[in-house]
Ligand binder design. Sequence first.
Ligand code: SF4
Ligand code: SF4
Ligand code: SF4
Length: 226
Amino acid sequence: MSGAPLSLPAGDARVAAIDAVLPQTQCGACDYPACRPYAQAVADGAAAINQCPPGGERVVALLASLTGRPLLPLRDPQRPPALAVIREADCIGCTLCIQACPVDAIVGASRQMHTVIAAECNGCERCLPPCPVDCIELRPLPEPDTAERQRLAAQWRRRFEAREARLAAEPARRQRRLLERRRAHAAAAGEAARPEAASTTADGRPVDRRQVLQAALARLRTRQRD
Ligand code: SF4
Ligand code: SF4
Ligand code: SF4
């Protein structure tokens, strides 16, 4: 594609317009952590327009039109559409692939077999390097038409943003859970130490303080659940 530059707005909208033509696999092959930072770098003039292998020549041409910069050959070989598949018999359930997947397309639990949700996988290859037993392979997919490509890009952007938001909120959630646990322990310890708490049972045996504490904690947990 060539000709007059497409209209490119200013500021954040300029970055959004560039991001809108990127494939949204969030693969990092452009040397940026995700599509949006690459869009920002292109908008700033810090990155060349030919660094997106999943986008191929099509995206180079679109970026050339958007920015008014000259066409360039693709820097790295094009990455065709693909789907990751886990050879489940070989999977050791280490969860490293789940942690690497930018769109939460893998399900599984520690020491359990993992599997890829085919409808969510974008073939970004991020799960391949961390797998310690090399049990993930890529299977080629046909090129989508324009409408399907746009639908997939929107889906992958949405899932990536949801994951980023979840990860960003995780430290605060962990802190909250820790505080709740500490409060529950403190409350249970207080209940167990109340002066009216008997030091001997009805038949004169000494009270097991640990049992009292555990019972108080159990009561608190029940109350919190209710
Ligand atoms: S799809 Fe393209 S722009 Fe997005 S992260 Fe991958 S290489 Fe970068
Ligand atoms: S399963 Fe692998 S290839 Fe598919 S989106 Fe997740 S990290 Fe990328
Ligand atoms: S990284 Fe490989 S071995 Fe580990 S859970 Fe994923 S597929 Fe299984």
